[in-house]
Design a protein around this ligand. Structure first.
Ligand code: PLP
Length: 387
């Protein structure tokens, strides 16, 4: 029994691997506090769950649904983009429903990258961009995200030979793992860069609705002409605490959406109707409750910032996303080793920065998707350990 070379060459997915290691630690009786994954701990709003249960109770709700999402779901996505970002989308040709945005990002990259092509990927980053490009036989060129540049890539510094072979550019703001944000001026430069070098610009906007202190992150599609070169991904996982429901969307460039549709129609058969109806309720219903939810994340953010700074880590205050990106205390050099020691000494599980690529070395990512009392307890344990 031999898997394909393609599959055999894939390194283990960090979080799948971590789950195994954590169950061994828990089996030793350690009281684990998980601050590693960005999986929202709070439930969706009651009107979303109500829409799900209402739809699920209907006898006609259990068949296959249209490829690419129901017309109602695609309309709801367009309506969300109009009211939130003042971006107009054609629901039939510029919107596609996804089984979570991870799936869509992976398949869009498969739809565009051929063996030998280069994928420009900001690094550190959510792992799917680089792994999708490699599985397609492409070559990944990491664009370093450094603190001195506000964790934005220096597009002018991309190697010219690699650029000539590049097919896609992957960006993500608000950013996982750094918590950095980008403004429309940066997005404009990225769109111009993609146009000048004939790239598909893939923007992962998973965290635009998780933001603090009145900040409203923009969509890349707010840039005039962005749809000529870009596809943006969004997910109901983070916006509405619906991570297990696996509902997301791709929006933007028609040719790219069409290519993604062609590939996906060979792979999946859309999504459960009730989940999509709940998605409609989420996207078109009351948005105010997300502000309440963000206040909970903000309180946790501030507890984490105080805790990590008390043990000699440095971290900027993020304005969005659900992570604190903290530099290792002086004299520490390996994020993996530091996180392992923290886990053994305190039971607090975090993600070493290197899990997001070599450029992430020297940092630790703390997720804010853990109940507030446990976040407080985690920080107390860290201070007892190293404070
Ligand atoms: N994009 C980013 C930047 C993420 O951090 C995540 C999940 O953590 C995703 C996409 C995937 O979200 P989904 O649940 O829609 O697959």
């Amino acid at each position: 029994m031999r898997p394909s070379k393609r599959v055999a060459s894939i390194p283990p997915y960090f979080f799948a691997d971590l789950a195994g290691r954590l169950s061994e630690v828990a089996a030793r009786g350690v009281d684990l506090i998980r601050m590693d994954m960005g999986a929202p701990d709070l439930p969706p709003a009651p009107h979303i769950i109500h829409a799900l249960t209402q739809a699920a109770a209907r006898p006609d709700a259990h068949s296959y649904t249209p490829f690419g999402g129901t017309p109602a779901f695609r309309e709801a996505v367009a309506s969300f983009y109009r009211s939130r970002f003042e971006v107009d989308l054609d629901p039939r040709r510029e919107v596609l429903g996804l089984i979570g945005s991870k799936e869509g990002i992976f398949h869009l990259i498969e739809s565009f990258v051929d063996p030998g092509d280069v994928a420009l990927v900001a690094e550190p980053s959510y792992p799917v961009y680089a792994s999708a490009a490699r599985i397609a036989g492409g070559d990944v060129e990491g664009l370093p995200l450094r603190r001195e540049n506000g964790f934005l890539p220096d597009l002018a510094a991309v190697d010219r030979d690699r650029l000539a072979k590049a097919k896609v550019l992957c960006l993500n703001y608000p950013n996982n793992p750094t918590g950095a944000t980008a403004d429309v001026a940066f997005f404009r430069r990225a769109v111009e860069f993609a146009r000048a070098h004939d790239l598909l610009l893939i923007h992962d906007a998973a965290y635009t609705e998780v933001a603090f202190d009145g900040f409203r992150p923009p969509s890349l599609l707010e840039v005039d002409g962005a749809k000529e070169v870009a596809v943006e991904f969004h997910t109901l996982s983070k916006t509405y605490n619906m991570a297990g429901w696996r509902l997301g969307m791709a929006v933007g460039n028609r040719q790219a959406i069409e290519a993604l549709y062609v590939l996906k129609s060979q792979i999946d058969t859309s999504h459960f109707l009730a989940a999509q109806e709940a998605g409609v309720a989420a996207l078109t219903g009351d948005q105010a409750w997300t502000q309440e939810r963000n206040r909970v994340y903000r309180e946790r953010r501030d507890i984490v910032l105080e805790g990590v700074r008390a043990i000699g880590m440095t971290a900027d205050t993020p304005r969005a996303a659900m992570y604190v990106w903290a530099a290792l205390p002086k004299a520490e050099t390996s994020s993996t080793e530091f996180c392992n020691r923290m886990l053994e000494a305190t039971g607090v599980s975090t993600t070493p920065g290197v899990a997001f690529g070599q450029e992430g070395e020297g940092y630790v990512r703390f997720s804010l998707a853990t109940p507030t009392a446990r976040v407080r307890e985690a920080m107390e344990r860290l201070v007892r350990w190293r404070g």
